[in-house]
Design a binder for this molecule. Structure first.
Ligand SMILES: NC(=O)C1=CN([C@@H]2O[C@H](COP(=O)(O)OP(=O)(O)OC[C@H]3O[C@@H](n4cnc5c(N)ncnc54)[C@H](OP(=O)(O)O)[C@@H]3O)[C@@H](O)[C@H]2O)[C@@H](O)CC1
Ligand SMILES: [K+]
Length: 494
């Protein structure tokens, strides 16, 4: 598990070190880490440190102190350093003294030809948009930026990017990752986590590692057959939108070795692509399933409500997506008090439809609130996908690319997650594992190869379905008996 912590949790962890904090040891360690990263960046970008020039932007807090101490350390390597003190006479006094003593210059604006900028404007205590003069300066920067702790202008706890915010090439943080590092990952650039001797526990957000996803992914054992691995029923697609049924069913076929049943009017189209699917028109006639997926392209007419009511009346896990969520927004009572898990997979618009209010800056609180209110698991789609359990636990997955922002990609996610639900994996873990594989498949499909990590060209959702199996092949090749299982999942298994 990778953990992400709130600003308050980080401060408590820092306070727990007592003496170290008082003596400025933590700040010294933080400054060393920043200086190391800046030196490495200068070497890789400009061929060395000596004679290169670095600009430092400081605010009125300790974030600026870190930056000034780091700049003083860089002077010892022959780096020319100059600082613009945006915090005026509230600039970190000891940091500034160290900076001046080292030979650093305080300037009104940076000289031409700066190789790199250190962003020490605000860190953990930054709130709201950058003040206008600071914002104008940030907008004018062209050199690569190394941010101290957080890119200034990004909220530590919500990841909200208050435009204009710093867009960092690298962000160096200390002790533990902050929530913003995953919710605003593109703004942070490459992340460096430096150990400064603090210990944070019980993160606010957790992300499954690839090894953990591999560990929980179902693979057939010697005594398994098509039924024992879970049968998923897909109620998706319609005469008007047959493609949603095809994509969702195809993804479910690719994700596990269990069986896929299809119920709806797009049966012929589904079967023409995936003859292994068993198709009927109505879920009542589909036969036994261990989980239902309902909604993608399924329509919002009365038949849709009847089908939704039917699947929610069963005692198996149900994933509701797309049109199913539109219907649910009108009939929220249908999910309350179910004996089996329910998983909702809205995007921001569908989320607003269900709650009746626009999604605000605090996505974590919003998704947690809806999960608790309805007693369901909620997966909120986005570049960083959030998954909240009814008990308040929140998992996250940073997609690492935006190639999956394409029509039909949501149908693919539903199919993958549904097949994991059918295999007996608890809803939050099924959702998180599906989101991870979906994201990796998007990168692989875009790059044209699972062995490449950087994306290449735009993709359609059909390419995403085709990439599921090759992605799993790579992911599962690293699967060993020793991979750590995510806490609690073994117990929850059917
Ligand atoms: N504690 C430790 O041991 C360690 C802490 N460490 C470091 O300390 C950092 C936290 O330091 P911090 O708490 O002093 O606050 P920080 O983030 O520098 O900014 C506060 C100032 O910014 C201002 N300001 C706020 N919003 C603004 C805006 N939008 N636009 C412009 N200005 C804005 C606000 O001004 P005010 O509102 O008061 O006018 C306030 O004065 C942390 O991120 C890490 O780098 C490391 O050394 C490791 C050890
Ligand atoms: K910063």
């Amino acid at each position: 598990m990778i953990g992400y912590f709130s600003a308050e949790q980080i401060r408590s962890a820092e306070e727990a070190t007592g003496d170290l904090l008082e003596r400025g040891v933590l700040m010294g360690r933080a400054a060393h880490a920043v200086a190391e990263v800046v030196a490495a960046e200068l070497r890789s970008r400009s061929g060395g440190c000596y004679g290169r020039s670095v600009g430092v932007l400081t605010g009125a807090g300790d974030n600026g102190g870190d930056a000034l101490y780091a700049a003083a350390l860089l002077r010892r390597r022959g780096v020319r350093v100059e600082a613009v003190l945006l915090g005026g006479d509230r600039t970190h006094a000891a940091g500034l003294e160290s900076f001046r003593r080292s030979g650093g210059r305080v300037v009104e604006s940076f000289s031409a030809g700066i190789d790199l900028v250190i962003d020490g404007i605000v860190g953990l205590s930054g709130k709201g948009s950058l003040r206008p003069a600071v914002a104008a300066l940030v907008e004018s920067l062209t050199a690569p930026i190394v941010s101290v702790d957080l890119p200034s202008g990004v909220d530590a706890d919500t990841g909200q990017v208050n435009v204009p915010a710093v867009r960092a090439a690298v962000t160096v943080t200390f002790g533990a990752l902050r929530i913003a590092h995953v919710l605003a990952a593109p703004q942070c650039g490459r992340m460096v986590l430096a150990d400064i001797g603090i210990d944070a526990h019980e993160p606010t957000l957790r992300q499954l590692t690839d090894a953990e996803v591999a560990h929980l992914w179902p693979v057939p054992g010697p005594s398994d057959d098509k039924y024992s691995q879970g049968v998923v029923g897909i109620v998706a697609g319609s005469a008007r939108y047959p493609g949603a049924g095809v994509l969702c069913s195809g993804a479910a076929v690719a994700a596990t070795s269990g069986m896929v049943r299809y119920a709806g009017t797009a049966g012929p189209q589904v079967l023409s692509q995936y003859p292994e699917v068993i198709a009927t028109e109505e879920p009542e006639d589909a036969g036994k399933v261990q989980a239902w997926v309902i909604g993608p392209g399924a329509g919002t007419e009365d038949t849709g409500v009847r089908r939704l009511r039917y699947v929610l009346d069963t005692d198996v896990p149900v994933l509701i997506d797309a049109d199913g969520l539109t219907l649910l927004a009108r009939h929220r009572e249908l999910v309350v008090g179910r004996s089996a898990p329910t998983l909702l997979t809205p995007h921001a618009g569908e989320f607003a439809r269900i709650t009746g209010t626009e999604l605000g800056a605090d996505r974590v609180e919003a998704v947690r609130g809806l999960a608790a209110e309805l007693g369901v698991t909620v997966l909120l789609k986005g570049r960083a996908t959030l998954i909240a359990s009814p008990d308040g636990d929140v998992l996250v997955n940073d997609a690492g690319s935006s190639w999956a922002a394409t029509a039909g990609a949501g149908d693919v996610l539903s199919g993958v997650a549904g097949s994991l639900l059918a295999s007996g994996i608890p809803a939050p873990l099924a959702a998180a594992a599906a989101a991870r594989v979906h994201a990796l498949a998007a990168i692989a499909a875009s790059a044209g190869s699972v062995s490449k990590t950087a994306g290449g060209a735009p993709i359609g959702a059909s390419a995403l379905v085709r990439a599921v199996s090759p992605t799993l092949r790579v992911l599962l090749s690293g699967k060993t008996r020793d991979d750590a299982a995510p806490a609690g999942w073994e117990d929850g298994r059917r």
